[in-house]
Ligand binder design. Structure first.
Ligand SMILES: NC(=O)c1ccc[n+]([C@@H]2O[C@H](COP(=O)([O-])OP(=O)(O)OC[C@H]3O[C@@H](n4cnc5c(N)ncnc54)[C@H](OP(=O)(O)O)[C@@H]3O)[C@@H](O)[C@H]2O)c1
Length: 266
């Protein structure tokens, strides 16, 4: 798992640890990693915690090599690490921060997936879950770097799924819904001058709904990991719709729910 020292990543790590998964986590903060590692191991599983920056390919390489050395195989890859990036009008954004957002959110996921996939293909099984985010399925003003990085991730998931057909490796994008974490706190703090009152109220409300949000996330993750629904591979799945999706799973057309053009019939 990438970026599981806190927030959604740590919660997913706890869910998986409770089910008996040994887990490898990373982030850029050693102290937070240590605390996260101890909390994961308290479920009675093994946890390897490594400090690294996923925007650095060589560090990603060493991460995957150490994971394989320790646990021999990788059943599941959760590409969770991400940053919010610059908030505000695009033309006023710091371009270095804009690029950093793409380097972490998109390239970090690309690096790790590129390094992990050969192992999954060799073992003829595996699941990859990419955390999407606000702006991947609609435009999101004031978060252009974040939304572009997440939209690209969704297309990456769609494309990879096509290439993985018949190989027993599934890849999903998950939209976890807004959850009260360090990321949303930062959005509230630095976006207060830019965001309208409604957006601010919505962010404030998250604080009270954390348990429900994590409950929904657990249901979706365990469904994807345990049931491995092939019809959903390649798709962006929203956490709220899981019950509906389960019911209509066999009716989902191969090309539905993908990024599309207006006015083009294929
Ligand atoms: N919270 C939401 O409402 C929400 C909604 C939709 C999607 N998401 C997505 O869910 C994922 C997790 O978000 P969150 O809310 O849990 O954020 P968070 O609380 O800020 O946690 C992000 C995690 O990623 C790590 N990380 C960031 N940059 C990294 C890097 N370059 N290398 C290694 N690790 C890195 C962070 O650790 P360090 O910073 O210490 O490295 C931290 O462990 C993100 O992909 C986010 O876009 C969140």
């Amino acid at each position: 798992m990438t970026g599981a020292s806190k927030g959604i990543g740590l919660k997913i790590a706890h869910i998986l640890a409770e089910k008996g998964y040994n887990i490898v986590i990373c982030s850029r903060n050693s102290a937070e990693l240590k605390v996260a590692q101890t909390s994961i191991e308290s479920f009675g599983v093994k946890c390897l915690a490594l400090r690294l920056d996923i925007s650095n390919y060589l560090q990603c390489k060493s991460f995957v090599e150490k994971a394989i050395k320790r646990f021999r195989k990788i059943d599941l890859l959760v590409n969770n690490a991400g940053i919010q990036g610059p908030i505000g009008n695009f033309w006023q954004n710091d371009l270095k921060k804009w690029k950093e957002t793409i380097d972490i959110n998109l390239m970090g996921t690309i690096y790790i997936s590129h390094l992990v996939l050969p192992y999954m293909l060799k073992q003829k099984s595996g699941t990859i879950i990419n955390l999407a985010g606000g702006g991947a399925a609609y435009s999101r003003p004031f978060y252009s770097a974040y939304s572009c990085s997440k939209t690209a991730l969704v297309r990456f998931t769609e494309t990879l799924n096509q290439e993985l057909k018949g190989k027993n490796v599934l890849v999903f994008s998950v939209a976890p819904g807004a959850i009260w974490t360090n990321m949303t706190k930062t959005a509230l703090k630095s976006g207060a001058k830019i965001l309208d009152k409604r957006s601010i109220n919505e962010l404030e409300l998250l604080r009270k709904a954390t348990d429900l949000a994590f409950y929904k996330l657990e249901k979706l993750f365990m469904y994807l990991i345990d049931k491995k629904p092939k019809a959903l591979s390649g798709k962006l799945i929203h956490v709220n719709e899981i019950e509906d999706i389960k019911k209509m799973k066999n009716k989902i057309k191969e090309d539905s729910g993908l990024l599309r053009r207006v006015g083009y019939k294929s």
